[in-house]
Design a protein around this ligand. Structure first.
Ligand code: ZN
Length: 487
């Protein structure tokens, strides 16, 4: 038996001004045929699992690319087509294969392609024919269209947000694909659309319990696979929105009924899971009012992982205006500022223009006087699902004007905060801070919850729009909750 595998991922925020081009893929630890032997990171974690399981089952593996671009704006058409065609060329060259496994995102939009994943899977099916098992792993922030459902045999989606289960879901997909290839099961997939735009956090109730029940339903054999596609709110495509996906063994009605039953449960939880965000000032109020401990504030509106620039100054400006002390904030993506700080060196007291460079989402630049505490040519933080996240040349500075006491992490690679070591690896301690602001939506949570007295989620007016009812969709025209109460 022969297995073909590849990875192509990015999450497209169609409202972001940052282009996603060739360099975004090729400059981000791109691998041609050996991604599964590289250190674990976002793109290759499933491939590492598939390689290990295939070896154990004595299945030959043909590996194509691992390509992964940081979420940003619409992908340049030629860049998508180049990546796609590398995979398809490798698939043709591999000859007949019994299983194709693809690690994709599910919310990749390119010029001329509303759904890159379904385009890739449809072309994959054309090459391999009807008998090869085509399995796809997706991020839960995905759009699901019918082309994907009818051309793939199996779609398995992360269940956890933060995404701590990439490897487990890869194992689920591998086992289902192998059973399908051996004709032990005959998967049929059904969607249930929810007409909802929201974000659901799975470490907390009621989602925590629901995910546990989904896993239990799979383990009991009631259903082969059950996935909740949360959707990605900032993709203006006609099929945006949350959906339940069920895979049953040969029984389409059972798949449809199961997807609907679980979808109704999500709908019924809508008030308990409705996301509300603090203003920056409200979040700062909470931190300042705390008697002790560290309040962790997510600056969700400037999350690189959602396609934001990560150089927005809106929250930092409020911290400065309110003379906040004993605080840290990061990670600002500002390669120019990093280069100035590196040039000045550790110990320097220097003027620094920070942030505000990428467009309206960035807010205004801030002119600060800073003290340089640390510089490094290669900063890293712990990533998700055991991966490593590269941050490039970076620095730790402290605002020196006023009373000082706001510590800032700057980096040259645009990346959200995943872990406290994004600060501590540079020497910036967090246990002595009353307030730590992380530019992230939710992926910071697993790493920061243990050190947080309280976690708050805030959204500034600049950056990614967090009022789901007010996202200015043009191509998505269907009614949805929370824009209307009963779509
Ligand atoms: Zn995601």
């Amino acid at each position: 038996m022969k297995l073909f595998m590849a990875a192509l991922l990015t999450e497209t925020n169609t409202f972001s001004p940052l282009p996603t081009g060739r360099a975004a893929f090729l400059g981000n630890r791109f691998s041609r045929n050996d991604g599964s032997s590289q250190p674990p990171a976002w793109g290759n974690i499933p491939l590492i699992a598939w390689r290990r399981l295939a070896n154990a089952a004595q299945i030959e593996v043909v590996e194509s690319i691992t390509a992964n671009a940081q979420p940003a704006g619409t992908t340049v058409r030629a860049a998508y087509e180049e990546m796609r065609d590398l995979i398809l060329d490798d698939l043709r060259a591999a000859g007949p294969v019994e299983i194709v496994l693809l690690n994709l995102h599910g919310a990749m939009v390119a010029e001329g392609y509303d759904d890159c994943e379904s385009d890739l899977v449809r072309r994959t099916r054309e090459i391999v024919g009807p008998d090869t098992v085509v399995g796809v792993e997706l991020d839960l922030h995905c759009h699901l269209d019918d082309t994907l459902r009818t051309n793939a045999d199996l779609v398995v989606i992360y269940k956890q947000y933060p995404h701590t289960d990439m490897a487990e879901r890869a194992e689920d997909l591998f086992r289902l694909a192998l059973r399908t290839a051996r004709r032990e099961i005959r998967p049929v997939m059904a969607y249930h659309p929810l007409h909802m735009i929201n974000m659901w956090h799975t470490p907390v109730e009621p989602m925590k319990g629901l995910v546990a029940e989904m896993l239990a339903a799979e383990a009991s054999g009631e259903i082969l696979s059950l996935s909740f596609a949360h959707g990605f709110p900032w993709g203006d495509v006609p099929h945006v929105g949350a959906k339940m996906l069920a895979i049953a063994d040969g029984d389409e009605r059972h798949a449809q009924a199961t997807a609907k039953r679980w979808g109704v449960r999500i709908w019924d939880m809508r008030e308990a899971t409705r996301k509300r965000f603090d203003t920056p000032d409200a979040a700062i109020d909470v931190a300042l009012a705390a008697p002790a401990g560290t309040t962790v504030i997510a600056e969700t509106s400037d999350n690189a992982g959602g396609g934001a620039p990560s150089d927005c100054t809106a929250v930092l400006a409020r911290m400065l205006a309110r003379d906040v002390r004993d605080a840290a904030i990061g990670i600002f993506w500002d390669p120019v500022a990093v280069s100035f700080v590196h040039e000045a060196g550790v110990g320097a007291l220097m003027p620094l223009r920070l942030g505000g460079k990428c467009g309206l989402m960035s807010g205004d630049p801030l002119d600060l006087m800073v003290r340089v505490h640390a510089v490094t040519d290669r900063h890293v933080q712990s990533g998700l699902s055991g991966g490593i996240s590269e941050l490039g040349p970076a620095a730790w500075v402290e605002v020196a004007s006023g009373g000082g006491g706001i510590h800032i992490i700057l980096a040259s690679e645009r990346q959200q905060v995943f872990h406290p070591d994004a600060f501590t690896n540079l020497g910036c301690t967090l246990h002595d801070k009353r307030m730590v602001v992380v530019k992230s939506s939710q992926h910071f949570y697993a790493g920061f919850a243990p050190i947080a007295r309280e976690v708050r989620y805030c959204a500034a007016e600049a950056g990614i729009l967090r009022d789901f009812a007010a996202i200015p969709y043009e191509r998505f025209t269907a009614p949805y909750w929370p824009r209307v109460e009963n779509p």
